[in-house]
Design a protein around this ligand. Structure first.
Ligand code: ADP
Ligand code: MG
Length: 394
């Protein structure tokens, strides 16, 4: 267990907090402030406990140089409105300079300041100790509350913890609690649903979850590599030829461990990769040439939703089909619905899977939807996240 802001004295402390303010922007305006809102509970808690707060984040990809297209100034304004108190923005092309140091030193309990985009500095993504120390020297305590970048060892996410005591905020705490419990202490049966486009993206997740799950349901584009490896024709479906052997090895490994690994018994096919293509259904043993598997079929939906209904824990990563096209959304929608309606602990990881859950309106029904696409994947792979590993243990 990692220490959180609740486990440390905050009164009269100067806290530097890494947030995920990487919000979508259009022509200088924030188009979705969900991430800013999500950061409020940790910020408010620290202020109420008597800290002064220095916030930092990246925004977009300024590529290690100052670039005012990526300034965090609009975030400071939005944050000020949401917090209902002044937020001092500290503009600096070098993120930290003498002016910024002076401002930080003058902060009083209850004051909030936001630094400029940490990716204005090339050192940030190199986890350069010099830049980490410049950031650390502004404060007495480091709080990491940016789960979305916790899988990256950068100066503002991990390196800074070499120079300051480090704890998590509420967002990271919640992610670790829900993802961690689902994977390491699941209510059984534990069903993992894995989809998305490529096997190669998900090998680590499948390998890790074979060790932990009772049932693994495979869908999405990557299912066709498994189906072909099992000896069936797959038409023009996605296939990674160099992963056929691996697909069979994973199935054998699952079998040896007594883990049920299911692959689709049927699919909905399209005659081309387009929203307005012709469609038909086919069993996996009889997929016609020239057609592409773009969603799991009705028999597979029935089998998968049954497994979900009987589960104690469900972890889902990767859509079952090309859900962006309405003709191929049924599999993904059915899985989301079955999860939302089940009594199981339900956890969704992965950017596209989370987007699908929201698009179909099943957000409320899930126990937890992870906010970190890449970070949640690495967590499900069983990897240690540098932005978490650097925090103090309880
Ligand atoms: P996540 O972001 O949740 O980890 P991925 O990025 O791995 O998910 O995969 C999402 C993408 O997979 C979606 O854009 C979806 O269209 C695509 N996909 C799903 N099924 C298929 C399929 N049968 N053929 C091609 N692409 C697919
Ligand atoms: Mg994705």
């Amino acid at each position: 267990m990692k220490k959180t802001v609740r486990d440390v004295e905050l009164k009269e402390k100067r806290v530097i907090c890494r947030c995920d303010f990487n919000v979508p922007m259009k022509e200088g305006a924030i188009t979705d402030d969900t991430r800013i809102r999500a950061a409020l509970p940790t910020i408010q808690y620290m202020l109420e406990e008597g800290a002064s707060v220095i916030l930092m984040s990246h925004l977009g990809r300024p590529k290690g140089k100052p670039n005012h297209d990526f300034t965090l100034e609009p975030v400071a304004k939005r944050l000020e409105e949401l917090l209902g108190r002044p937020v001092q923005f500290a503009p600096s092309d070098t993120v930290v300079d003498d002016g910024v140091r002076e401002k930080a030193a003058a902060l009083r309990p209850g004051d909030v300041m936001l630094l400029e985009n940490v990716r204005y500095r090339a050192e940030e993504e190199k986890n350069d100790p010099g830049f980490s120390k410049e950031l650390a020297d502004l404060a007495d305590l480091f709080v990491n509350d940016a789960f979305g970048t916790a899988h990256r060892a950068h100066s503002s996410t991990a390196g800074i913890a070499d120079f300051l005591p480090a704890v998590s905020g509420f967002l990271i705490e919640k992610e670790l609690q829900f993802l961690g419990e689902a994977v390491d202490d699941p209510k059984r049966p534990f069903v993992a649903i894995l989809g998305g486009s490529k096997v190669s993206d998900k090998i680590g997740v499948i390998e890790n979850l074979i060790e932990k799950a009772d049932t693994i349901l495979i869908g999405g584009g990557m299912a066709y590599t498994f189906i072909k490896a099992a000896g069936c024709g797959i038409g023009t479906s996605l296939c990674e030829e160099d992963k056929l052997e691996l697909a069979n090895e994973l199935r054998a490994k699952a079998e040896a461990k007594g883990v049920k690994l299911l692959i689709p018994s049927d699919s909905k096919l399209g005659d081309k990769f387009a929203a307005d293509c012709e469609t038909q259904f086919a069993d996996s043993t009889a997929m016609p040439d020239g057609w592409m598997g773009m969603d799991i079929g009705p028999k597979t939906i029935e089998a998968y939703t049954k497994a979900i209904a009987e589960a104690g824990t469900v972890v889902w990563n990767g859509p079952m089909g090309v859900f962006e096209f309405p003709a191929f959304e049924d599999g993904t929608k059915a899985v989301a619905k079955a999860m939302a309606e089940s009594g199981a602990v339900t956890v969704v990881g992965g950017g596209d899977s989370a987007a699908a859950v929201k698009q179909f309106g099943f957000e409320e029904g899930m126990t937890h939807i992870s906010t970190g696409g890449g970070a949640s994947l690495e967590f499900l792979e069983g990897k240690v996240l540098p932005g978490v590993a650097c925090l103090q243990d309880k």
